[in-house]
Design a protein around this ligand. Structure first.
Ligand code: UFG
Length: 328
């Protein structure tokens, strides 16, 4: 297929691009390189540097390429930043998606796989979270993802545009061959920050709060290996190709790990003592976020194949091979 990958130079997008090329798809990448890395773009992919909010630019991309489906990763994705810069999130994420859907309609592209988030659910008491749970985002980031899902719903009603929205839980890890991985600046995610200690880029890890309602007091998250995650996007494309209706799926592993368990696993994987300090709670962190993936298993034939050691081990492999990320 000819796949237009918006945000294809980013952390998750680049892993999707790698897999798609391995499967023989033709890949066109659009990325403004604000958080994406040019170094992650394979030679086999066609690359357009630009912003999806730029109607003239995006129109040109659609005019120059026959697009069978869009895979939409292009978004700002920091929950904390969204609390202080909400309009950035509505502009980049929501407005960007308006232009994308408009261009898809104009150029008669009828399929989109969308990168959504557990942040659409907000806080819930009872785990695991199913797709039936109420959506009450607690951040502009989560709200922007929910609005984007709703826009796709109405684009389906109006133009017959079919979408699969994938609500990611905590994505981590790197490609098994250590060629691509997570390189954010600033880094805010737990696993890459933990690994900065054995990489000697920080002296200790600070765990934000130990008075949450969990078995050891630290937050619990559901980690999903980025390679398992992008595989679900391929399965979502197949699902759309089979003529199925638009749908929403959680992507998680049904297993939660506390922040302390993550540090402990990283100690084992890296063989480093990994000194740790306890800090204050980080505002907006829910106690526990764990997903069921039964719907994706049933309708997409998808299940995660990698465990937490694989997640942390592959991230460690990438960071050891690229201690300065993509900068070298
Ligand atoms: N944490 C620390 N110390 C750190 C960094 C993180 O203790 O230095 C803790 C956080 O407080 C949290 C846990 O590690 O308890 C996980 O935090 P991350 O920032 O790695 O991930 P989040 O669960 O906050 O965010 C993830 C995705 C978002 C998504 C969100 C859904 O990264 O994109 O889940 O709620 F929106």
């Amino acid at each position: 297929m000819n796949l237009l990958v918006l945000g294809g130079a980013g952390y998750i997008g680049s892993h999707f691009v790698k897999l798609s090329l391995e499967l023989g798809h033709n890949v066109i990448i659009v990325d403004n390189l604000l958080t994406g890395h040019k170094q992650s773009i394979p030679e086999k992919a066609t690359f357009y540097e630009g912003d999806i909010r730029d109607r003239v630019f995006l129109n040109k991309v659609f005019e120059e390429n026959k697009v069978d489906a869009c895979i939409h990763f292009a978004a700002s994705s920091l929950v904390g930043e969204s609390m202080t810069k909400p309009m950035k999130y509505f502009d980049n994420n929501v407005y960007g998606t308006i232009i994308l859907l408009e261009m898809m309609e104009k150029h008669n592209v009828k399929k989109i796989v969308f990168s959504s988030s557990a942040a659409t659910y907000g806080a819930h008491e009872v785990m695991p979270i199913t797709e039936e749970y109420e959506t009450n985002p607690t951040s502009p980031y989560g709200e922007s993802k929910l609005i984007m899902e709703k826009m796709m719903k109405w684009a389906d009603v109006a133009y017959g545009m079919k979408y699969v929205s994938l609500r990611y839980f905590n994505v981590a890890g790197a490609s098994t061959d250590s060629t691509i991985g997570e390189d954010h600046n600033p880094e805010t995610h737990l696993i890459p920050i933990v690994l900065q200690v054995p990489l000697e880029k920080r002296e200790f890890i600070t765990i934000f709060g130990n008075d949450y309602k969990t078995f050891d007091g630290t937050c619990i998250r559901d980690y999903i290996h980025v390679e398992d995650l992008v595989d679900a996007h391929i399965k979502a494309l197949e699902y759309l190709n089979q003529g199925n209706d638009s749908n929403i799926f959680n992507l998680g592993s049904e297993t939660g790990f506390s922040n302390l368990q993550i540090v402990e696993t990283a100690r084992k994987v890296t063989n480093h003592p990994l000194p740790m300090k306890l800090g204050d709670r980080r505002p907006g962190d829910p106690d526990k976020l764990v997903a069921t993936y039964q719907k994706a298993k049933k309708l997409l034939g998808w299940s995660p194949t990698k465990n937490i050691e694989d997640v942390i081990g592959s991230a460690w492999g990438f960071h050891q091979a690229h201690p300065n990320g993509y900068k070298e």
